[in-house]
Design a binder for this molecule. Structure first.
Ligand code: FAD
Length: 496
């Protein structure tokens, strides 16, 4: 591929969630004008984890006109309203980061300012009492409400999601090639990728290559030597152990994240089973002791043997390099604490579709793609660091390290601003909005020292009535929703 030539032949290396999400979106949108090939190796397989998502996946599926009931039944999916963080601030404490909006904002100041005055005067209750998604999660209830009245995401089996998308991609003309890529060839004059060669000798040429080969980064790193920004000094966990268990009760509509001595444990309820895992830091915990800890803390019979995965938190220096775009684990990894990996795949795909280089690859497109991606990933990185750094826990070397470590200046500013003024601002296109930052900052123990004066403009009676009105509405609506398990059974029951 010469710079400036038309892009028609797309080669996707890898058929995990990233590969098939990319193939499905490209085939559905541009399948008529592109030649899309996806190469995957059954022998290598996929990473086999990744079960919790965030609400943006609802939008992605809608863009692809995916029928929600069929998709949920095919992927054993349940609804997710947020994440419970247990023992993060201190042992025996928990809070929920929900997907909802809390209370009602005034144009000058968010709801938290009115709540803060309410707390000062003893007339407000827990911040979560004013959020419908949070209340519904705690009550194990769910239903679709008009005008997206209840924000949600899914717990799903990512391997089944990839299979589901494969059907769609192939239907729209994408071709799957089974085989192992053994070498990558480049154009001598500009270093652009030219072709990949498979074990059986097949040579597949392309104009644009999408690297979805997982942690190994077959094209973006092994062939193009793009480089990697290592963030382990901020996010020291570098290992995980995963195990699937039988369900022992109804699926709850939220993910559970429980902090342990040197990391944290996830619990993700699907229709047919539960996904469990422990993310930990190898500097403070061995693989054997992590397996032991996880095995002791799961409910229900194990369906799989515990599997250890190793990773390095960070980001590829360029997500788009020459004629190669990295999506999924090949582009970098931030641990699954806020379920952001599948979201980042989807964002990369949408960005590519918006900047599709049909007339040839332009450096300005590459630079813009990389600028937007970096901004987004760094925002997520800061949000994850917040959970570890702002904590009362000092009970183990791991937590003492997290509490004492240096953090990015961008995050320090947000923390200072919230602590001093109660203010939070979402920056342009960043993923986590004000309500997410507020819920986690309050949950982790930051109580603002002041609030906006508009909250004092109300009389005390008005404030009491306002807070009571929001809270009562939340409670009433939540209690009218059906139980989550019952709703799933009626709406999208999977064949077992
Ligand atoms: C412990 C853990 C927990 C996670 N939990 C979540 C979560 O809850 N939510 C979330 O959003 N994300 C989560 N993720 C991330 C999520 O798993 C990934 O983002 C997602 O599965 C995409 O993976 P992938 O497609 O990039 O890579 P993979 O699944 O590794 O797929 C790589 C593909 O490349 C192919 N391949 C590799 N080398 C070759 C070769 N030489 N020739 C041919 N084919 C090749 C493989 O066969 C495979 O098809 C988690 C990740 C980890 C490690």
């Amino acid at each position: 591929m010469e710079q400036g030539n038309r892009v028609k032949r797309i080669v996707i290396a890898g058929g995990g969630t990233a590969g098939w999400m990319a193939a499905a979106a490209m085939a559905k949108t541009l399948g008529a004008v592109l030649d899309i090939k996806l190469i995957e190796s059954e022998e290598i397989g996929t990473v086999g984890v990744g079960e919790a998502t965030i609400p943006t996946l609802v939008t992605y599926n809608r863009l692809l006109k995916i029928n929600e009931q069929a998709f949920m039944a095919a992927t054993q999916a349940t609804f997710k309203l947020g994440i419970e963080f247990a023992n993060w601030r201190r042992r025996d404490h928990s809070y929920i980061h929900s997907f909802g909006i809390t209370g009602k904002d005034h144009w000058t100041a968010g709801f938290q300012h009115f709540w803060l005055r309410g707390m000062k005067e003893g007339v407000a209750s827990d911040y979560g009492d004013y959020c419908l998604e949070l209340k519904a999660a705690l009550e194990d209830r769910f239903a679709h409400l008009p005008e997206q009245g209840l924000n949600y995401a899914y717990h799903l089996d990512a391997s089944l999601y990839a299979k589901f998308l494969r059907g769609m991609a192939e239907e729209h003309g994408a071709k799957r090639i089974e085989g192992k890529i053994v070498s990558v060839e480049k154009h001598a004059e500009n270093g652009f990728l030219k072709s990949v060669t498979l074990m059986d000798g097949q040579v597949i040429e392309g104009d644009l290559f999408i690297d979805c080969s997982g942690f190994r980064g077959l094209l973006i790193e092994q062939a193009l030597h793009t480089g990697y920004d290592d963030w382990t000094h901020w996010l020291p966990c570098d290992s995980a152990v995963a195990v699937q268990t039988e369900a022992v009760g109804p699926a709850i509509p939220y993910t559970r994240s429980t902090a342990h001595d040197s990391g944290w444990q996830w619990r993700i309820p699907l229709q047919h089973r539960v996904g469990n895992g422990l993310v930990f830091c190898s500097r403070y915990q061995s693989d054997d002791s992590a397996i032991d800890l996880l095995t002791k803390n799961i409910e229900g019979k194990a369906l799989t043997d515990p599997r250890v995965l190793k990773f390095k938190t960070g980001m590829r220096r360029k997500h788009w390099n020459r004629n190669c775009i990295a999506l999924g684990l090949s582009s970098g990894f931030i641990e699954p604490l806020e379920s952001t990996s599948i979201h980042l795949i989807q964002r990369g795909i949408l960005r590519l579709m918006q900047m599709f280089p049909s007339d040839g690859i332009k450096q300005s497109d590459i630079d813009e793609f990389n600028r937007q991606t970096e901004f987004e990933v760094e925002g997520i990185r800061d949000f994850i660091i917040l959970h570890y750094h702002v904590t009362d826990r000092r009970d183990t070397p791991f937590w003492r390290h997290c509490a004492g470590m240096d953090i990015p200046a961008s995050l320090q500013h947000r923390i200072d601003l919230f602590r001093e003024t109660g203010r939070v601002f979402k920056q342009s296109d960043e993923l986590f909005a004000e309500n997410s930052w507020i819920q986690v900052m309050l949950g982790q123990g930051i109580m603002p020292e002041s609030y906006h004066p508009v909250a004092d403009a109300m009389s005390r009676d008005e404030l009491v009535a306002f807070l009571a009105h929001v809270r009562t509405n939340v409670e009433r609506t939540a209690m009218q929703l059906p139980p989550h398990e019952k709703y799933v059974q009626q709406y999208c029951k999977a064949a077992m």
